[in-house]
Design a protein around this ligand. Structure first.
Ligand code: NAP
Ligand code: GDD
Length: 383
């Protein structure tokens, strides 16, 4: 008999990769999905199985992290061997607009999972993974950050996640539960939500290259992040729950990069060189040269001439509306403990992550460019 896992946040970036990974390992995966006016299952559609089929290995349940009865009922029905609590209002900037909701989902939501397991008498059976975050380090007290580095959260999101971190530790110590925190640094992929900085950039640069977007407005270009690939990071989540004893682990690459350099690298991937001028809200970026052979291969010859006309134009601009009331300026993790104890080793570098994201977004945006061109031709025809 394979194991049973329950994933909250299964429709998100990490939930989708983790579900696929666990199914390949022979798990039956249950996922909690919010009711929405659209399906919102794009990331897991390839795993979906008709509810009428016998022996399904992916089963979805309607639910919400704010509903204790719902969470308790699902855990009571599924009796999972492993629970991966990935559900969260995960956008740091949005947490300043919705602080109470963020606290409810990201903080109390974790308590609801832990309490359900305890009340249902599943403490011996169900192991729990809590999606903790490098945002806990906020105004960093040590460089690089590791498991023993003190926390200094800088957003309602991080403060809510701080409660979740400590309630997980507390239930482990108070009730002897197998409950663990993965303190994951930023991880990205082609499935990353479109409003996180890396995906916003890879989508926009693809669209600019294809001539369907003029420019991109950014927030703080100088903050630094330690970016890995989500495919590597979900493997760490799994490993954390396979150990003999529960513990907390930092998962990171140990390389940190500014947002500005991420943009430069993403443009470089398609043969475009950019230069930045000015600072703060007045900083701008412009295209200074194009490697025609690379651009031709990766984007297409037909898009070269229109982009060449834009050399020297300010295509990257700053809009202070994207600044955060309190910013996390620098994150860089030390994952020695995970590398040693879990034998966790990331396969992707920042370069291969960017390549993966740019390839995927260029492919995606080409469909849009094609439709736009087609639409234009049809319009001409009727004129
Ligand atoms: P994500 O793409 O934003 O996915 C979040 C998931 O949570 C989605 O499935 C979302 O459902 C679900 N969710 C949100 N509010 C919910 C609610 N009230 N009830 C039930 N489900 C709800 O996030 P991610 O990047 O995969 O991250 C997964 C987890 O790791 C999150 O807890 C995040 O805070 C944490 N984390 C992420 C990173 C990172 O760099 N990606 C780093 C450290 C920690 P919808 O699809 O319906 O919105
Ligand atoms: N989103 C966004 N949009 N961020 C921008 C922009 C922009 O236009 N311009 C600059 N930034 C900066 C932000 O100010 C921040 O310093 C950095 O880019 C990264 O922002 P996000 O990609 O939104 O991620 P995050 O680091 O705030 O949070 C992500 O990583 C955390 C782990 O450290 C999220 O996935 C969190 O859920 C996760 O816990």
């Amino acid at each position: 008999m394979g194991k049973t896992a329950l994933i909250t946040g299964i429709t998100g970036q990490d939930g989708a990769y983790l579900a696929e990974y666990l199914i390949k390992k022979g798990y039956t995966v249950h996922g909690i999905k919010r009711r929405a006016s659209l399906f919102n299952t794009d990331r897991i559609d390839h795993l979906y199985q008709d509810p009428q089929l016998d022996n399904r290995n992916l089963i979805l349940h309607y639910g919400d992290m704010t509903d204790s009865l719902n969470i308790t009922n699902i855990i009571g029905d599924v009796k999972p061997d492993e629970i991966y609590n990935l559900a969260a209002q995960s956008h740091v900037k949005v947490s300043f607009d919705t602080p109470e909701y963020t606290a409810n989902v990201d903080g109390l939501g974790t308590l609801r999972i832990l309490e359900a397991v305890r009340l249902l008498g599943l403490t011996e059976k169900s192991r729990i993974y809590q999606a903790s975050t490098s945002e806990l380090y906020g105004l960093v007290q040590e460089i690089p950050q590791k498991e023993t580095t003190p926390f200094y959260p800088r957003s309602p999101y991080a403060v809510a996640k701080m409660y979740a971190y400590w309630i997980t530790v507390n239930y482990r110590e108070a009730y002897n539960m197998f409950a663990c925190n993965g303190i994951l640094f930023n991880h990205e992929s082609p499935l990353r939500g479109e409003t996180f900085v890396t995906r916003k950039v890879t989508r926009a640069l693809s669209r600019i290259a294809l001539g369907i977007q003029n420019d991109i407005y950014m927030g703080n270009l100088s903050s630094k992040r330690d970016w890995g690939h989500a495919k590597d990071y979900i493997k760490a989540m799994y490993l954390i729950l396979q150990q003999d004893a529960p513990d907390d682990y930092v998962i990171a690459t140990g390389v940190t990069t500014t947002i500005r350099d991420f943009i430069t690298m993403a443009f470089k991937e398609i043969g475009v060189t950019v230069a930045f001028k000015g600072d703060g809200a007045n900083e701008t970026g412009e295209i200074v040269s194009i490697d025609e052979a690379v651009f031709g291969t990766k984007i297409g010859e037909t898009y070269l001439a229109p982009l060449k006309k834009r050399l020297g134009e300010k295509i990257i601009k700053v809009d202070p509306k994207y600044f955060r009331p309190t910013e996390v300026e620098l994150l860089i993790g030390d994952a020695t403990k995970a590398r040693t104890k879990l034998s966790w080793e990331p396969q992707y570098t920042l370069e291969t992550l960017i390549k993966d994201m740019m390839q995927s977004d260029v492919k995606e945006m080409k469909k849009e460019a094609y439709l736009k061109e087609g639409g234009y031709r049809i319009l001409n025809y009727f004129e």
